[in-house]
Ligand binder design. Structure first.
Ligand SMILES: [Zn+2]
Length: 335
């Protein structure tokens, strides 16, 4: 294995077999790792255990292998990582960056209604920060990340959506201090004000399950991941993950978010909108379709000898095409 410092990963949720959309992310992350002489790891994101399907992890690995994509190290399962997530949460609590929350969804709805503004994002309520100043005797249900420093002044009753200029300018100043900027290799400069747009997000859910954001950040650091190549639908999580990486003192990876395969309804292809599992009878056709979504000059399928060498030749050509489209990040890294 070449000694480049690059470590990439593919991190599927075992909620079912791979489909055409998930293969795009798998292939892109593999091509980027190979084109930079790096390692490529697979992590099974089974942290949301009720949604996972028994045996789906093995099926996914079998599908990847049929496509010639074999991880360069042991496969990590998030379901075994509870102690690491707890240690990260403890560290955040110690640093004053995490706090317990007693609110039910109904409590959050009522607090937002009382403040006179319904803040939602992607259908999710933006948490109004009710428990930042303590639980007031109520039992803790979940744990949240504190997206901005506690305000020491008492609440004035002026809501953040108020038209009062003073309230707005105060909020704006606080918000600007918490805008996260990063550069995506494909999408270009990105930024998000997590405190304003997302609010204090969940680290551990009321049902005891670990939140995706915390698990991903802890595991990427544990696996030494330098480059995250994943579907564009996950780009929106990046700012929250950067906040967590900073708060935990972890290295910041580079990001490349790939185009999505759309279903018949125009939304991201998923099991919910009828994505069929990859047809392993013809993995080459699956790979070519994924390369097409990635905008690669489709490498020709040589009329070669065995199936295995044809696939190997095709993958090698795809690595070269990827290297032209997405030049190496190693030399360009400047932090
Ligand atoms: Zn709360």
């Amino acid at each position: 294995m070449p000694a480049s410092g690059y470590v990439g990963r593919f991190a599927p949720s075992p909620t079912g077999p791979l489909h055409a959309g998930s293969l795009v992310a798998a292939l892109a992350s593999w091509l980027d790792a190979r084109s930079q002489g790096g390692r490529w790891l697979v992590r099974i994101e089974d942290v949301d255990s009720p949604r996972c399907l028994p045996g789906a992890d093995r099926e996914i690995l079998r599908q990847l292998a049929a496509c010639g994509l074999v991880p360069d190290g042991e496969v990590m399962h998030q379901s075994t990582r509870g102690a690491a997530y707890q240690a990260a949460l403890d560290a955040l609590v110690t640093r004053g960056q995490a706090y317990p929350c007693a609110c039910s969804r109904k409590d959050i709805e009522q607090a937002l209604a009382a403040a006179g503004h319904e803040r939602t994002r992607h259908g999710e309520l933006v948490y109004p920060g009710t428990c930042r100043h303590g639980l007031h005797g109520k039992p803790a249900r979940a744990w949240r990340f504190l997206t901005e420093p506690l305000r020491t002044e008492p609440h004035t009753g002026v809501s953040e959506g108020s038209d009062l200029p003073t309230a707005r300018s105060t909020q704006q100043a606080a918000a600007d201090g918490h805008r996260i900027h990063w550069t995506d290799r494909r999408l270009g400069p990105q930024d998000q004000d997590v405190a304003r747009d997302v609010g204090d997000f969940i680290l551990r859910r009321a049902d005891g399950l670990w939140a995706y954001q915390l698990a991903v950040v802890v595991d990427d650091a544990a696996q030494g991941v330098t480059d995250i190549v994943r579907g564009e639908d996950l780009a929106d999580n990046t700012a929250r993950q950067i906040l967590l990486q900073r708060a935990l003192g972890l290295p910041l990876p580079r990001y490349l978010h790939t185009p999505l395969v759309l279903g018949a309804n125009g939304e991201k292809l998923s099991k919910q909108n009828g994505a069929a599992p990859l047809d392993l009878a013809d993995p080459m056709a699956c790979l070519q379709s994924a390369a097409c979504t990635l905008g690669l000059e489709a490498p020709a399928v040589t009329a070669g000898n065995s199936h295995g060498s044809r696939q190997g030749d095709w993958l090698a050509a795809a690595v070269r095409a990827w290297a032209v489209r997405w030049p190496a990040t190693i030399a360009a890294q400047a932090r």
